[in-house]
Design a protein around this ligand. Structure first.
Ligand SMILES: [Zn+2]
Ligand SMILES: [Zn+2]
Length: 335
């Protein structure tokens, strides 16, 4: 943490059994990459960061590598892949929580290993391990739109799935960042009346272009569903307070240590409330994320959320821009 990125050269062999070698076409800087560099997210050093990216399959190892939809993974296919690689047979994988696998490996989050160095998006290539969810990206979806699917979009897909049916519901979204505007787009497409709360007026305005029906800096009362994507304790508190009878709060923004939030158990009991946590996602969520982006990127300005076009030697500048500039994502183009 706190030290600059350095370029490391490494030899790329043929992918091993079950592995897929991918050339990274474009990677975006996610908020958790920033947390890793700032030390708010513990991570091995040195490491290849980056876990939101789109790439092209260069070689497929021995075996029967398949996309989430069952299609074979073939050379030349443009793909996105999951943040996690899971074993598929531990108790957590068996219970449907592959993102919490006992033998979990995470892209952009592994120690740099000379024998298997290609584990992150800020590199020319990445080796996809067995147990990685791979999804083909339809032609026509720009790289800058597809890359965030691997983290932001798929996480929001999981959030929406956890929220239950949204048609005709009053939905609060707290935090109009990358996850927030994506949630606005998905919830409004599902027929919800979406209210967005964010302290930043520019972000609130932008949320209107993703389908928000109301924007403000104060939390409304009596919402059916509250989606917390900011990670701010005050917003978590606001979500819990805003729920109508039978309401559901889905918390997904709180991914680094923060202040605890008081919970009024009587309100939860009498209000028949449900509070759900969502972290990362399942393979089907990545599939649904790509499907959503392909269907909606022409009507919603997803491409405008990504700025920059930094080379691999400029990752420090990309991170600085991600920290200081208005755009929600900065792009690194390794080639
Ligand atoms: Zn497992
Ligand atoms: Zn991320």
């Amino acid at each position: 943490m706190g030290r600059p990125f350095t370029l490391v050269e490494t030899a790329t062999g043929a992918p091993g059994p079950g592995e897929v070698l991918v050339r990274v076409d474009l990677a975006t800087v996610c908020g958790s990459d920033l947390h890793t560099v700032s030390g708010r997210r513990p991570s091995p050093e040195p490491s290849v960061l980056g876990h939101e990216q789109v790439g092209t399959v260069v070689a497929v190892g021995e075996g029967d590598a398949r996309c989430v939809d069952g299609a074979p993974v073939v050379q030349g296919m443009r793909v996105v892949w999951s943040v996690t690689a899971s074993c598929g047979d531990c108790d957590r994988c068996a219970r449907g929580f592959p993102q919490k696998c006992r033998r979990l490996r995470k892209y952009g989050h592994e120690p740099l290993d000379d024998t298997a160095p290609l584990t992150g998006g800020f590199a020319t290539h990445c080796v996809l391990l067995p147990g990685t969810a791979i999804v083909a990206v339809p032609g026509g979806v720009p790289d800058a739109v597809a890359a965030p699917a691997s983290c932001a979009t798929a996480t929001v897909t999981a959030v929406i799935a956890a929220a239950g049916p949204l048609e005709g519901r009053r939905v609060l979204v707290t935090g109009a960042g990358m996850l927030g505007v994506t949630a606005v787009a998905m919830a409004s497409a599902a027929g919800a009346h979406v209210v967005v709360v964010d302290p930043d007026p520019a972000r609130r305005e932008q949320a209107l272009r993703f389908g928000a029906a109301e924007i403000g800096d104060r939390t409304p009362a009596d919402v059916d569903v509250a989606l917390e994507l900011s990670g701010k304790p005050v917003a978590v508190d606001a979500c819990l307070r805003s729920l109508a009878v039978g309401g559901t709060a889905v918390l997904a923004g709180s991914v680094s240590p923060g202040e605890p939030v008081a919970l009024d158990p009587e309100r939860v009991v009498r209000g028949l409330h449900t509070v759900v946590g969502v972290h990362n996602y399942r393979p089907v969520d990545l599939q649904d994320a790509v499907r959503f982006l392909a269907a909606h990127h022409r009507t919603h300005p997803f491409a405008e959320l990504v700025a920059g076009r930094f080379g691999l030697g400029e990752v420090d500048a990309a991170f600085e821009a991600a920290r200081t500039e208005g755009a929600m994502r900065q792009a690194v183009v390794p080639a």
